[in-house]
Design a protein around this ligand. Structure first.
Ligand SMILES: [Zn+2]
Length: 160
């Protein structure tokens, strides 16, 4: 059965912990991030695993690209653990707004357009640093559009 477009994203404590740890320890002058893995059932994506950037990630003040080999190893491990699949990515905007940039959107469209990857939709979690704290937002890219989605189990409710 084809999954429906995503309207809600649920972040498990396990995935949230990886992201909050990375936010606490990362260099905040450049972007960081990783892949998201989990399950897409009906209109909800459950994120069960979040990746760290990996040693070969591209990290600049305005751009992040995950380390593909690192991401692949995590994806294999997650699939073995609980049949989680690659469903999207998370990254930070140390200075930009908590919304996908034009370059981010282009990246999501390229992933969706790659038939080998088999994406139905992409979930993106963006964390922006503003006013001394992290602000999060969740997005979905399906077809040509990027739309905001509800995020359950907020990261910013917890101390980072
Ligand atoms: Zn971005």
């Amino acid at each position: 059965m084809t999954p429906q477009p995503v309207t809600a994203v649920l972040l498990t404590a396990q995935a949230a912990r990886v992201i909050t740890t990375e936010l606490r320890t990362a260099d905040h002058t450049i972007e960081t991030g990783g892949i998201l893995l989990g399950h897409h059932i009906r209109d909800t994506v459950t994120v069960r695993h979040a990746g760290t950037p990996g040693p070969a990630a591209v990290r600049t003040p305005t751009y992040f690209l995950r380390d593909l080999a690192h991401a692949q190893a995590l994806a294999d491990e997650a699939f073995t653990t609980d049949a989680s699949v690659w469903i999207g990515e998370w990254h930070t905007h140390p200075t930009g707004p908590p919304a996908p940039s034009a370059r981010d959107t282009a990246t999501y469209r390229r992933l969706l357009g790659d038939a080998e990857l088999g994406f139905h939709s992409i979930v993106a979690l963006i964390l922006a640093y503003r006013g001394g704290r992290w602000t999060e937002s969740a997005w979905t890219c399906h077809g040509q559009c990027v739309t905001p989605v509800e995020l359950t189990n907020s990261l910013v409710d917890k101390p980072l």
